[in-house]
Design a protein around this ligand. Structure first.
Ligand SMILES: *[C@@H]1O[C@H](CO)[C@@H](O)[C@H](O)[C@H]1NC(C)=O
Ligand SMILES: *[C@@H]1O[C@H](CO)[C@@H](O)[C@H](O)[C@H]1NC(C)=O
Ligand SMILES: *[C@@H]1O[C@H](CO)[C@@H](O)[C@H](O)[C@H]1NC(C)=O
Length: 316
């Protein structure tokens, strides 16, 4: 047995039947930091003289997925989630290995199958496409066909200034081509659908949106018909606002936004340093603007409290 691995083969009959479980768990040593975990959210905390007692406690507790053991204070904390590790962290952290008989769910389907939960809600899952990182996902249609959404905490809106605002009186020197017929078409997303296999956003799913007017709305996309790109002084109304702050996720920071249409262009792209907030405008005659490729969600170091979603532990 290697020094940095605790292999726990905890068979019932070894300790007597009073524990009532036969979990076989394997823990991998890692390190983390106090700002990456929440000791207050431990499912069990106490003093135990040795690491071995703390890991035994974990194996008896069916919802234990990771533990912190401090040798100096002999303190043991068990968690029903897996926090982020840091190779250079100052806390010893043990995390359940995949060959154990229990595991953290990889999808809403896992949760539905292993817990029997039929009510939709926020859950912690560990998608392989996100390197198994703790991800807060809204599981939708749990009683039928579970699907995955990310709940947005801020304004994600896409304003469309399309052909319905088009002026037909074409005046060569007048570059502002449109009229303005309010209200402009708009879609606001409160949740966005994500394909859990690859963390790509399904941009056209409008399940959790409010819309003004009808249009082929898509997350991240906008349009404007008020004239030739930005060489003129026309006001452009088409605008996209993406804001994933508070989700622990951002859209791929290398994602670019492009335009198609006559003399179309995106302009004024703003992206916050942490990548959580992106906005840009669209221009053209007409211009149709949007992400230049599929939109993938990635994890950031933004800390999201375990209290924000339900932790489920699956068992074989
Ligand atoms: C998912 O739930 C919605 C209601 O929120 C329902 O209209 C839809 O039919 C469901 N889809 C499936 C596949 O169950
Ligand atoms: C979101 O932003 C858009 C554009 O600025 C605005 O029209 C809309 O009212 C905002 N929605 C909310 C809920 O604040
Ligand atoms: C995206 O969502 C829409 C609407 O729910 C659906 O029709 C479409 O099949 C989905 N696309 C993918 C690639 O799953």
């Amino acid at each position: 047995m290697s020094r940095d691995k605790i292999v726990l083969l905890l068979w019932l009959n070894f300790f007597g039947i009073s524990f009532g479980r036969t979990d076989e768990i394997f823990l991998r040593h890692s390190t983390t930091r106090y700002d990456l975990i929440e000791v207050s959210m431990a499912i069990w905390s106490g003093f135990l003289p040795r690491l071995m007692e703390c890991s035994s406690k974990c194996s008896q507790e069916p919802n234990c997925l990771s533990l912190v053991y401090d040798k100096f204070y002999a303190s043991c904390h068990l968690f029903n989630v897996i926090y982020e590790s840091d190779d250079n962290g100052d806390i010893n952290y043990w995390v359940l290995e995949t060959r154990s008989t229990r595991w953290g769910p990889k999808s809403c389907t896992d949760i539905s199958k292993c817990s029997g939960i039929t009510r939709d809600g926020e859950f912690w899952i560990y998608p392989p496409a996100a390197n198994g990182k703790r991800t807060k996902i809204y599981c939708h249609n749990m009683s039928t066909e579970p699907s995955h959404f990310v709940t947005l905490k801020n304004n994600n809106s896409f304003i469309i200034h399309d052909e319905t605002n088009f002026l037909f009186a074409y005046v060569l020197n007048n570059k502002c081509k449109s009229s303005f017929n309010p209200p402009l078409k708009m879609v606001e997303f409160s949740k966005v659908k994500v394909q859990i296999e690859d963390m790509l956003i399904n941009r056209t799913d409008l399940t959790f949106t409010t819309t003004t007017g009808s249009y082929k709305f898509a997350y991240g996309g906008t349009a404007d018909c008020n004239g030739e790109d930005i060489i003129n002084t026309c006001h452009h109304f088409g605008k996209a606002i993406i804001n994933t702050r508070g989700t622990g996720l951002i859209v791929d920071p290398t994602l670019a936004f492009g335009a198609t249409g006559f003399r179309a262009k995106t302009y004024g792209l703003l992206r916050s340093v942490d990548g959580a907030e992106i906005s840009y405008g669209c221009a053209g005659f007409c211009g149709y603007c949007g992400p230049s490729r599929s939109v993938r969600l990635e994890h950031t170091r933004e800390f999201i409290s375990v209290a924000e979603a339900k932790a489920i532990v699956c068992q074989y």
